[in-house]
Design a protein around this ligand. Structure first.
Ligand code: NDP
Length: 333
């Protein structure tokens, strides 16, 4: 059996390009006991993978040059030498960006794709949904009537974070990169207000205008000047859930901004950085709650699905230019 896989061809300096990826053919061995042969179906591209392309110490180890890129994948079991899985089962796991692969059974989890679309296990019922849940419920802790601002609001994490904040009774403002995405946030996902950061002249004033009572919770997915503008509008005892900094991931130099610590000090603000894996012992709780919200229609989700295995680098690069609404996925079939 032959498979095609993407390897990291080179490490990017600044903005990544398709040159940093290379597609290769790979022959697969015979299955051993407790292994399954998988065909990739939905492949997730995620902003954190940009960090793994660097050779730097972080919470996730760097990808190796000339070795397969790995990420979250929904796959179909084609053949099984495991007692846990049978042919036709749909599973999720952290797998190589490959058309086919062999994996040990203990690294896979079977999922039900009858009641929810398979891609949801890479989005709202996967890592992005769990991240939104813990950032809002454990760090932001919005109360009814409080104002919650979410940057990167129209993406995989942001649309879930905003809707969870709405469930808590908050007034929710999303920041995103186009008028079309602003409309989507308000009309599809119940955000009270949305701001297009690309057309806003003075962000700090625009945030003040749409948040007349100030900002109590800031869920930060992007960092940079957008975050500086929100921080200027934070209330006393505000909470910042520091989830992502996508505006900084392709920087070649550390960017300088205003010194924010005096604001945090004088307004008694909590700033908490977090990685979703900090909460791994509570994934069951979050998964159950998110599944219930999806099934009863309390939360809606959106996917941007690009067809074709070969488009994986394009889909990944598209995250940095805002090509996605909701979760960016590749469908291989
Ligand atoms: P998204 O689906 O939100 O995709 C990325 C989005 O970021 C783009 O669509 C684009 O939307 C926006 N963006 C890209 N470049 C910039 C920029 N320079 N300035 C402002 N916005 C930009 O990704 P995710 O929802 O998967 O992830 C969101 C954030 O959360 C990321 O920073 C990610 O690293 C982080 N994250 C953190 C986790 C954790 O454990 N802490 C786990 C998962 C994600 P637009 O059109 O609005 O510009």
């Amino acid at each position: 059996m032959n498979s095609r896989q993407f390897v990291l061809a080179s490490r990017p300096h600044g903005f990544p390009s398709s040159e940093n990826f290379r597609i290769e053919n790979k022959g697969l061995d015979e299955l051993k006991d407790n292994e399954v042969l998988l065909k990739s179906w939905f492949i997730s591209v995620d902003p954190y993978m940009r960090g793994r392309m660097n050779n730097l110490k972080s919470y996730a180890s760097p990808f190796e040059v000339n070795q397969p890129i790995k990420g979250n994948i929904v796959a179909r079991v084609i053949e099984s030498k495991s007692k846990t899985f049978t042919e036709g089962d749909i599973v999720v796991g952290i797998l190589s960006w490959a058309t086919y692969c062999i994996e040990k059974a203990e690294n896979l989890r079977k999922v039900d794709t009858q009641s929810v679309p398979p891609g949801y296990y890479l989005g709202i019922l996967g890592m992005p949904g769990l991240t939104a849940y813990f950032g809002i419920m454990d760090i932001g802790k919005p109360k009814a009537g409080e104002t919650v601002v979410i940057s990167g609001a129209a993406g995989a994490v942001g649309i879930v974070a905003g809707q969870i904040a709405k469930i808590q009774g908050s007034y929710v403002v999303g920041i995103t990169g186009s008028d079309e995405k602003c409309k989507l946030l308000k009309e599809e996902f119940r955000f009270d207000e949305a701001v297009n950061y690309k057309t806003a002249t003075i962000m700090r004033n625009v945030i003040a205008a749409v948040c007349p009572n100030g900002v109590d919770v800031y869920y930060d997915n992007v960092g940079g000047e957008i975050t500086d503008a929100v921080i200027a509008n934070l209330n006393f005892h505000a909470r910042i859930a520091l989830c992502g900094q996508i505006s900084q991931y392709n920087n070649t130099r550390v960017s300088m901004g205003p010194a924010i610590l005096p604001i945090l000090l004088t307004r008694s603000i909590l700033l908490q950085g977090f990685i979703v894996s900090n909460y791994s012992d509570r994934f069951g709780e979050a998964f159950a709650q998110l599944t219930q919200w999806v099934n009863d229609g309390t939360i809606k989700y959106k996917e941007t699905i690009i067809h074709g295995f070969d488009k994986l680098p394009d889909a990944f690069l598209g995250l940095f230019t805002g090509k996605n609404q909701g979760k960016m996925l590749i469908e291989t079939e």
